[in-house]
Design a protein around this ligand. Structure first.
Ligand SMILES: Cc1cc2nc3c(=O)[nH]c(=O)nc-3n(C[C@H](O)[C@H](O)[C@H](O)COP(=O)(O)OP(=O)(O)OC[C@H]3O[C@@H](n4cnc5c(N)ncnc54)[C@H](O)[C@@H]3O)c2cc1C
Length: 471
């Protein structure tokens, strides 16, 4: 009997999984998960995403058990141990091939290259599949043959070249004959108990992910375009943790849109089309990580911005992290992040811009803080979002476009509902006064004054960027 190993990473599902389907087409499959906690922690992942991942692995193990596929679970300290660990497993179970789905950040790519080389050197097959994207990085290029560094032409090309087969769902394998190989018990997670998030808010696995997708499209998808920017409304899908760890595939999302939208991703219902655009952003940032690998080395996409004179301001950074900048929309958002492990997209933009522009603090400090707290923390989107806000990245917000946190708050939380939820002290104030609480109205309310003046901070950021241009 020839066994194929299926190495799961951020593709924790059995449905529509390109590598799993290819592995199962060869015969009996044994699944492997390598837990690289110290390495992931070095990548900045915190308890929330690690806990969600661990719960996702447990759900995957159950789903695999239904297909009679055993899951082997091994701990490694460093990605460098992956080739030897996987080869040992291959020998133990008598496997002649390994299948996996690609991950795109540089470190993950290098790990996979080493694994493939080790398998080939041992006379075994090893094959990666492009599963998290419709187009493999490098398939969509500009007229000059370069990777796209701007989103809109990338998205146009994505839509233009999309064919049905790229969105075709892969079959879930049929239950296989037993291999006689026992799976491993899953380990306890002692190091991760400091995750503050409530597992009921983010139940892990394919079933809750599919359920969320279905409910989003049924009740909110068509309103997405109008509601997506208002943090007090649950107007977005809240699917990001599931997509980040592959408990749901982008194809499943896009197929569901096709079914709802008369077979179109680019025309028809404006809400659904806007949502598809976000999924294309997700794919774009994966291509960027491969095409511009400096972003994976803590460097800006726009290399000239490396010279920017970021401020060394531990006090300001602490105030931002702890939600006490005196700008209610920033503070409420940061409290949402720390308490729930998630933050609304509009608020990610506002808080990231506040840190990198108003406080002129290096965006990499904010990127790392987000990564430590986000349950959906994912390198490509997080890095892309931060570099956008800091005006160092692709499609960067032009450096002179600096959100005014107060007007953003008035516009996107007009009744101050979100502010009142996360800053209960401000709930006592009339809604319109919550955006920039006047000191005389605050009375005994414990809320700090703004740590920077918007106009002065804006001028300081503009000067820093102009100095860069001049240099
Ligand atoms: C500073 C900053 C940091 C971010 N960090 C992350 C991160 O670590 N992980 C992450 O998944 N997203 C990140 N995003 C993107 C975006 O904020 C989240 O994906 C979104 O808020 C998740 O909510 P949702 O699932 O309801 O999204 P929806 O609005 O329902 O969008 C659907 C899906 O599209 C993808 N998506 C949406 N917006 C973006 C975007 N701008 N870039 C890339 N993909 C997108 C996500 O997978 C999301 O689940 C970041 C954005 C910014 C500005």
């Amino acid at each position: 009997m020839t066994i194929t190993l299926m190495w799961f990473r951020s593709d924790l599902r059995v449905a529509d999984n390109r590598a799993l389907a290819a592995a199962a087409a060869r015969g009996p499959v044994v699944a492997v998960f390598l837990r690289a906690l110290p390495h992931w922690q070095r990548h900045g992942h915190g308890a929330n995403s690690l806990d969600f991942r661990a719960r996702g692995v447990a759900a995957l193990k159950d789903a695999l058990a239904g297909l009679h596929i055993p899951l082997l679970h091994r701990d490694i300290d460093d990605f460098a141990e992956a080739p030897a660990t996987l080869l040992t497993i291959a020998r133990e179970v008598g496997a002649d091939a390994l299948h996996f789905n690609h991950e795109y950040p540089l470190d993950e790519q290098r790990r996979d290259t080493a694994v493939v080389a080790a398998f080939h050197a041992a006379g075994l097959e090893a094959r990666g599949h492009h599963d998290a994207v419709a187009f493999a990085p490098g398939e969509l290029l500009t007229g000059k043959g370069d990777y796209y560094g701007v989103f809109t032409p990338f998205a146009k090309s994505w839509h233009r070249q999309l064919t049905a087969d790229r969105l075709a769902l892969s079959d879930t394998p049929a239950p296989q004959d037993t291999t006689g190989i026992a799976g491993d018990p899953l380990p306890e997670l002692p190091a991760l108990q400091d995750s503050p998030i409530d597992g009921r808010q983010w139940p892990a696995g394919e079933a809750p992910a599919a359920d969320r997708l279905e409910r989003f499209l049924r009740f909110r998808g068509r309103h997405y375009g109008r509601q997506r920017d208002f943090p007090a409304i649950r107007g977005t899908s809240e699917l990001s943790p599931y997509l980040a760890l592959g408990m749901l595939s982008p194809r499943q999302c896009l197929q569901a849109v096709l079914a709802e939208n008369d077979g179109s991703l680019a025309e028809g219902d404006a809400g659904l089309v806007a949502w598809v655009n976000e999924l294309v952003w997700r794919e774009f940032y994966r291509h960027v990580a491969v095409g511009f690998p400096q972003v994976c080395r803590h460097r800006p996409f726009q290399l000239h911005t490396e010279a920017l004179a970021w401020r060394d301001d531990d006090e300001g950074f602490a105030a931002w992290c702890e939600g006490r900048t005196g700008y209610p929309i920033v503070d409420a958002a940061m409290r949402q992040l720390v308490a729930t492990g998630w933050m609304h997209n509009r608020l990610r933009m506002i808080t990231a811009m506040f840190l990198s522009k108003h406080l002129l603090i290096d965006w990499r400090r904010g990127e790392a803080f987000f990564m430590r707290h986000l349950v959906d923390g994912e390198f490509c989107a997080n890095n892309g979002g931060w570099q956008w806000a800091a005006s160092t990245g692709t499609d960067a917000a032009p450096y002179f476009r600096i959100f005014n946190p107060t007007t953003q708050s008035q516009r996107f939380d007009p009744e101050g509902t979100f502010l009142a939820e996360w800053l209960p002290a401000l709930a006592e104030l009339p809604p319109k006064a919550r955006h920039a609480p006047p000191r005389d109205l605050l009375g005994g309310v414990d809320y700090p004054p703004p740590i920077v003046d918007h106009k002065a901070a804006r001028a300081r950021a503009l000067d820093a960027f102009k100095a860069l241009k001049a240099a």
